[in-house]
Every structure is written in C-alpha cells, then in structure tokens.
Design a protein around this ligand. Structure first.
Ligand SMILES: C[S@@+](CC[C@H](N)C(=O)[O-])C[C@H]1O[C@@H](n2cnc3c(N)ncnc32)[C@H](O)[C@@H]1O
Length: 193
C-alpha cells in the first residue's frame, strides 16, 4: 500500500472502532447532554453564592488552618473550600447535587491552583459520608439545617466546627457565636462531646 493511503485507512478504522457518540459528538445543547447535566433530583435549594467577605468571616470564626478538612455541603461554585485551600492551606471537599455546579467548582479549583487540595463530589448532601470533616460550612435554609442537624450530631467527631451563613439551627442547639458581616449573619457551633 502506498504511504499516501495510510491516513485514509486510519480514518476508515476510526469510524468502525470509535463509539458513534464520540465520532458525531454530543453538543451541549442536545437532549442527551441536557439529561447528563440534570441533577439526580431537584436541589433542595437553588445556588446563591456567599459573598467573599462572608466566606472570609466563616473561615475565620472556625479558625480554619492547614490541618483542617473543610466540607461545604451544597458547595455551589466551590468558593468556600477553594478559599480554605488557597488562603489557609486546608484540604476541602465540596458536595453538590447539581452536576453543573460541580463542573464549575472543579474548573474554579484548577484556575485557583488548588486541585491537589480540594475535590468536588456530585452527590446528595443528606446521604454523603461527612465523617472526615473537621469543619463543615453551610448556606442552605432553616428547614434543611433542621433536617441536617441529627446527621451532623451523629457523623461528625466531637470538636468539629460548624458554620452557617444566614440560617441557624433549631432552638435546642444554640450558636456559640453569631456575627454580623455587612448585614449578613454567620452562626458558629462546635459538635459537643
Ligand atoms: C445557597 S447555595 C450555597 C453555595 C455555596 N455553599 C456558597 O455558600 O457559596 C446552595 C447549594 O446547595 C446545592 N444543593 C441543594 N440541595 C442539595 C442536596 N440535597 N445535596 C447537595 N447539594 C444540594 C445547590 O445546588 C446549591 O449549589
């Protein structure tokens, strides 16, 4: 066979061996791509990012440092765990049910150069293993905090710090600190012994 025919042969083989969806490509606008992007179930709360100065205050009140593992339950674009890794040297895990948020958070972590210290998991926060956390951050809703409280008490080690933007816990678990950050409230608790 002449050398000039080899590229033609390679192209012909590729159409036989490579799965159709890789050859044709599934555009982001196609129904297949939309289905792949859809959350497994409707998120319990929509994505609204925590402002940077509030993120900073949340990490400060929890005294996050390089030995910490920060879990953000409903991590959105990943800003809390990325800030914890980038500014304080912590490790971080972000959990979000929405695959679009996980893609965004992963890209933001790469841009921030902290890929080796953070990971983002597409999962339901209510069924995820959070026992490794030394700090948990939340920006959910009062009803979700109430639903989450038994899981926090059961799975987190005594001494684990919990910080919530905007919303408290049920009356039975009073915050140790409550801060005002430019009109936003930050709550702080420690898992009791
Ligand atoms: C208000 S945003 C907070 C984002 C981020 N933590 C911050 O403070 O910037 C709440 C996030 O929770 C996610 N979420 C809602 N229900 C969830 C669930 N059951 N499991 C995991 N993530 C969930 C949403 O997709 C959204 O990104």
């Amino acid at each position: 066979m002449s050398v000039r025919r080899i590229p033609l042969l390679v192209a012909a083989l590729a159409t036989v061996l490579v799965p159709t969806h890789l050859v044709t490509g599934v555009s982001a606008a196609s129904p297949q791509a939309a289905a792949a992007q859809a959350p497994a179930r409707t998120p319990d709360v929509i994505f609204v990012p925590t402002p940077d100065e509030v993120v900073e205050a949340m990490l400060k009140v929890a005294k996050v440092g390089s030995y910490d593992v920060v879990y953000d339950l409903g991590c959105g674009d990943g800003r809390i765990v990325i800030a914890a890794a980038q500014k304080l040297g912590a490790r971080g895990v972000g959990i979000d049910i929405d695959p679009e948020r996980i893609q965004e958070a992963t890209a933001n972590a790469a841009r921030a150069g902290v890929n080796d210290r953070v990971k983002f998991l597409q999962a339901d926060l209510f069924t995820s293993d959070i026992s490794e956390a030394t700090v948990v951050t939340l920006y959910l809703l009062p009803s979700l905090n109430e639903k989450l409280m038994p899981k926090l008490m059961k799975e987190l080690k005594p001494g684990t710090r919990v910080v919530s933007h905007a919303f408290g816990m049920p009356e039975s678990w009073k915050p140790e600190q409550k801060l005002d950050v430019n009109g936003r409230t930050v709550y702080f608790w420690t898992i009791p012994r």
